[in-house]
Design a protein around this ligand. Structure first.
Ligand code: PGA
Length: 248
């Protein structure tokens, strides 16, 4: 059985005042679904100490464990601060920092070595979708970004169409289902049925309280990676509740 996962990606948002939002998720976080918040690195340790039943993750890590890399943080540092997850390969990292599959794969290895689970993001651009290349792009990113050795514990995959992130545009449930079924079959083919079936698959891109329930009803959608609507408990709690209801 795959435990549902509601994951929040705060991106470059949030100062210490925002920690109260995590506290306000406490009750919703006591349901069947696991609740993860990935705040900015400056808040990771305090968010962990907040003890709201919410697990905490980073948004990126370096591929090396330590060294002369000014401004970067390592997977070990996130782990030491109390994080249990790290988001890797987000399209904003791929675009803003020119991250490619081979670097994402090296970072994932580093995260696993430090004992972190990875939320690995894949997704096509609008031009790639319009050219009917979506499944090729997703298949290539899965093959290139995920190291050997994936398990249902150390890997979560998030399908985030770039054109749906922060835009209010959401794929149809058929489009989401097509990609999620495809990702499931690719994971089963590469890692075997047992592991392939145990990796959780999240949908991300403009998930809101108003569309969460229909997205969670799609086959092979085990939860969501939520940006804007994870910043406030008043938005994220209804999404968590919808996921808890879908797990019944
Ligand atoms: P959004 O972002 O929910 O604001 O569209 C999702 C993400 O980038 O993870």
């Amino acid at each position: 059985m795959r435990r549902k996962l509601a994951a929040g990606n705060w991106k470059m948002n949030g100062t210490r005042a925002a920690l109260a939002e995590i506290g306000a998720m406490r009750e919703a976080a006591s349901g069947a679904a696991e609740v993860l918040i990935c705040p900015p690195a400056t808040l990771v340790a305090q968010a962990v100490g907040n003890d709201a039943g919410v697990v905490i993750g980073g948004q990126d890590c370096h591929a090396n464990a330590s060294g002369a890399h000014t401004g970067d943080i390592s997977a070990e540092m996130l782990k030491d601060a109390g994080a249990t997850y790290v988001i890797l390969g987000h399209s904003e990292r791929r675009q803003d920092h020119d991250e490619h599959d081979d670097l994402v794969r090296d970072k994932a290895r580093a995260a696993w070595e430090a004992g972190l689970s990875v939320v690995l993001c894949v997704g096509e651009s609008l031009a790639q979708r319009d050219a009917q290349n979506t499944l090729d792009i997703i298949g290539g990113q899965l093959a290139g970004s995920i190291p050997d050795g994936a398990t249902g514990h150390n890997l979560v995959v998030a399908y985030e169409p770039i054109w749906a992130i922060g835009t209010g545009k959401v794929p149809t449930t058929d489009q989401i289902g097509e990609v999620h079924d495809f990702m499931r079959s690719r994971l089963e083919r590469r890692f075997g049925a047992g592991v392939g079936r145990s990796v959780r698959l999240l949908y991300g891109g403009s998930v809101k309280p108003s569309n969460a329930a229909e997205i969670f009803a799609v086959s092979n959608v085990d939860g969501a990676l939520v940006g804007g609507a994870s910043l406030k408990a008043s938005d994220f709690v209804p999404i968590i509740d919808a996921l808890n209801d879908s797990a019944d």
